[in-house]
Ligand binder design. Structure first.
Ligand SMILES: [Zn+2]
Ligand SMILES: [Zn+2]
Length: 390
């Protein structure tokens, strides 16, 4: 081919003229059934949802969503009980489209194969499936912020629904702080997560635009919002290495925050059955987001800590908080024995929360051996107190 070009265009002196032709273009990526449309916002808290992606994918092929799902996707799904040949909306696979159910994983696998994309589980809650339970996690209807839609349209970026909008517990837009809406302002209908004729940003019933102008300028994303933080944590954490910390956190709460340190007391306080608390403690049951919010409220701790921090880390923080000299201790390389003695005395006598000797030694930059040989009595009382609670 290069020979033919050289001969034909021998008079042309620009040696870079044909650089746009890729070398070995014949080895390019295998052709895929569907166009490999790029998802929006991967790696950010405003990542697109799978239902939004599928609606945009259907539009990119000039197909209604129903045709894409029935005629292209469904034939590759492992089970034939998805009922996609019926009216699109009430099916399990539609309700869980953005969630973490087995049907979600199947769907993601098929769409990845058809588009040649590899990271579509990021458009669902699948990455969180080792952290929280799917119980009441997802909304069964489509929710949106009309101001976000309008701003996407006027800024010329593709109109899309962030995954955040499909979460049952997220009630407000993380950019505008206004309530999310699920009812069309024109025909007053609510739509399923995706419908036969969904075009992102338009009502699938009356086909009117769902966006609305606002005078308030777009604000920065609400960094305090639990789900924004949860998504950001996911983006910087290798979840394949994630160790489920929730059971150890429950043990921490039982050991440190209850007057009587046992499961029954915790269960009573939380209005949960003993068996549920046992299941959560054993790690057999994952906490639902609603339960996490409830426990956080009762114990006044951050729900992010509840789900992502271990007992060891919480104990470490307690030592720092009670010592109340975090910065000076952390920046110093030597042990402040006077302060250490004061803390041991308070913990041993019950004036401060119970904590482990290892954590105290670590914070005060001494060895366990040094600490126990200098303050044998305090150390023994600290351990005795902790053992009584466990
Ligand atoms: Zn908004
Ligand atoms: Zn409508």
């Amino acid at each position: 081919m290069s020979h033919a070009l050289d001969t034909e265009y021998a008079g042309n002196r620009d040696p870079y003229l044909y650089d746009f032709i890729p070398v070995r273009a014949e080895n390019a990526q295998e052709p895929t059934v569907l166009y490999g449309l790029e998802p929006i916002g991967i790696g950010t808290a405003l990542v697109e949802s799978l239902s939004s992606y599928l609606a945009r994918l259907a539009a990119a092929h000039m197909l209604p969503v129903s045709a894409l799902l029935r005629d292209v996707v469904a034939i590759h799904l492992p089970n034939d009980d998805h009922n996609l040949e019926k009216h699109i909306g009430p099916q399990r696979i539609v309700k869980n489209m953005n969630g973490m159910a087995p049907v979600t994983s199947n769907l993601v696998g098929v769409v990845e194969k058809l588009t040649g994309r590899t990271n579509l589980s990021a458009l669902t809650m699948i990455p969180f499936s080792k952290v929280v339970s799917p119980y009441r996690l997802m909304s069964s209807e489509s929710f949106w912020c009309p101001y976000c839609l309008e701003e996407q349209k006027t800024s010329g970026t593709p109109v899309y629904f962030p995954l955040l909008w499909s979460l049952n517990h997220l009630k407000k837009c993380t950019l505008h702080r206004c309530p999310l809406t699920s009812v069309c302002p024109h025909c007053h209908e609510a739509s399923s997560v995706i419908a036969s004729r969904t075009v992102v940003g338009f009502c699938p019933f009356c086909h009117n635009w769902l966006g609305a102008k606002t005078k308030s300028r777009i604000k920065k994303i609400d960094c305090n919002n639990f789900f924004v933080r949860f998504f950001e944590w996911r983006n910087k954490t290798d979840l394949s290495q994630y160790e489920h910390t929730f059971p150890s956190m429950l043990k921490y709460l039982i050991g440190n925050k209850l007057k009587k340190a046992d499961v029954a007391t915790l269960a009573r306080l939380l209005h949960l059955s003993d068996s549920i608390v046992h299941e959560l403690l054993s790690g057999k049951m994952l906490p639902a987001v609603g339960v996490s919010f409830w426990i956080s409220k009762v114990f006044r701790i951050d729900p992010m800590d509840l789900l992502t921090v271990s007992e060891k880390e919480m104990s470490h923080r307690d030592v720092l908080a009670i010592a109340n000299v975090a910065d000076s201790i952390l920046s110093s390389h030597t042990t402040d024995w006077t302060q250490l003695q004061g803390l041991l005395k308070d913990v041993a006598s019950g004036k401060a929360s119970p904590m482990r000797l290892e954590d105290i030694a670590r914070v005060y930059k001494c060895t366990l051996g040094e600490m126990t040989s200098i303050y044998p009595e305090f150390c023994s009382n600290v351990t005795k107190r902790l053992n009584r609670l466990m």
